[in-house]
Design a protein around this ligand. Structure first.
Ligand code: LLP
Length: 415
């Protein structure tokens, strides 16, 4: 799944850097990203959209490391954010505020103020109450807030229920039938300016059809709005394109975008996208070292130094991440449970993996660039991983490993 990962003379290498050298220099567990793979993923999107006025807004939640944001900012990316914190990161990494769309169901007043002052491109509103709040915050500051409604098209994305967001029964977006009335209300407001419409139906989409169906529904709504004199600058079709972790067959880039472009054929609005996983997922891996091998009567365990706090997806979604030994071992391959040091049975990274392992060996856990570090925690007072970005034959530390003292630096004992 990682385009720039190859087998070199000293084991696996990302671009021209041996993973073993990264482990020797920065220790493990460490997230490692490939700049070339990030840029290839970006170009993939760009090529598929060529000839159409579009803006690709990288979904910061997938991986918010400043180094990653900066790579995309240099490529001219916009950003999809869901918090004031993410906005601060985007600006710190050199991203342009006027290419930022602000999504999320729970924007606080403070976050709205921060984003209005920064001059973001659009607030994707997800409820009538949010319209009331943005009006009041904009009035207070004395600006007109650019807004879109995230409309829930009620299509089944056919993905994991935890990451499906476009069905009628979940907390996201405004109901399709409610949208028209909300746009009329916004059109009459002095404090907001209607900028667009948005939708997002779910993540890790492997079938392009549900999104195409959603786009057709959105187009219908856009035309209805137009007939009432409500015109838009952009149509935001969200993120969601899936990637290959195991043997999934995600649609090719243009298999995904072509039906969407077709659904919008003849419309003059700018088309926006909010991809996260498809830009970073396969540009990163988690490098970990075997601490112990342990054999029970029924199972072989490889206890590694990464754990569910570092990569939560297996424990949380039963997600599969491919694993490869960094150097081919001399041991014979056998089935291992790959587990971390955390004190609960849910702390596994992979089941039944056929690997030839010895104590001290390095394992690369693939497809970990999206929702890996971003969802990590300090559970068990484990400092979070270092993050390294490879660029050709160079390795750059883009986040230091957290020191233990920093983990309790904000705490205090009673006087
Ligand atoms: N836009 C909105 C409004 C979203 O909610 C999301 C993801 C995206 C864009 C980016 O979607 P992507 O292109 O990455 O699929 N933690 C889960 C994924 C949660 C996705 C949440 N929303 C995982 O590890 O699979």
């Amino acid at each position: 799944p990682v385009a720039t990962l190859t087998q070199g003379s000293s084991g696996l290498q990302l671009e021209a850097v041996a993973l073993a050298d990264i482990a020797a220099r920065f220790g493990t567990p460490t997230y490692v990203y490939s700049r070339a793979a990030l840029e290839m993923a970006w170009q993939n999107w760009a090529k598929a959209l060529v000839g159409r006025d579009t803006l690709v807004c990288y979904a910061v939640k997938a991986n918010s490391n400043l180094g990653i944001l900066n790579v995309f900012a240099r490529l001219g990316a916009g950003f999809d954010i869901v918090s004031g914190g993410e906005l601060s990161r985007v600006l710190a990494a050199g991203g342009a505020a006027d290419k930022v769309v602000f999504s999320g169901v729970g924007k606080s007043r403070a976050e709205m103020q921060q984003a209005l002052r920064a001059g973001v491109r659009c607030f994707n509103l997800e409820s009538p109450a949010e319209l009331d709040r943005i009006e009041s915050v904009a009035a207070e500051i004395g600006v007109r807030a650019p807004i879109a409604f995230r409309v829930n098209p009620d299509v089944d994305p056919k993905t994991h229920p935890y990451i499906s967001t476009g069905l009628r029964d979940n907390k996201f977006g405004v109901a399709f039938d409610e949208a028209l009335a909300l746009y009329r209300k916004a059109a009459a407001s002095r404090h907001v300016k209607i900028s667009g419409i948005a939708c997002h139906i779910g993540s890790q989409l492997l079938d392009p059809a549900p999104m195409a169906e959603a786009a057709a529904k959105i187009r219908g709504l856009v035309e209805k709005l137009e007939s009432e004199g409500i015109t838009l600058e952009h149509i935001d079709l969200g993120g969601g394109l899936g990637i290959r972790y195991d043997d999934e067959q995600p649609p090719g880039m243009s298999d995904y975008t072509a039906p969407l472009l077709a659904a919008m054929e003849g419309r003059k609005e700018q088309l926006c996208f909010e991809p996260g996983r498809s830009l970073v997922g396969n540009a990163g891996l988690l490098l970990t070292q075997v601490e112990y091998l342990k054999h029970s009567p029924t199972k072989n365990f490889a206890i590694v130094d990464a754990a569910m706090n570092d990569l939560a997806r297996p424990a949380l979604y039963n997600a599969y991440h491919e694993m490869v030994a960094v150097k081919p071992g001399t041991a014979t391959a056998q089935s291992y449970e790959i587990v971390g040091p955390i004190c609960e049975s849910g702390d596994f990274l992979g089941h039944d993996r056929q690997l030839a392992l010895a104590e001290g060996d390095l394992i690369a856990i693939l497809s970990a660039g999206a929702y890996g570090m971003a969802m990590s925690s300090n559970y068990n007072t484990r400092g979070r991983c270092a993050e390294v970005m490879v660029d050709g034959d160079k390795m750059h530390l883009v986040r230091q490993r957290e020191s233990i003292e920093s983990l309790y630096a904000l705490e205090s004992v009673l006087p």
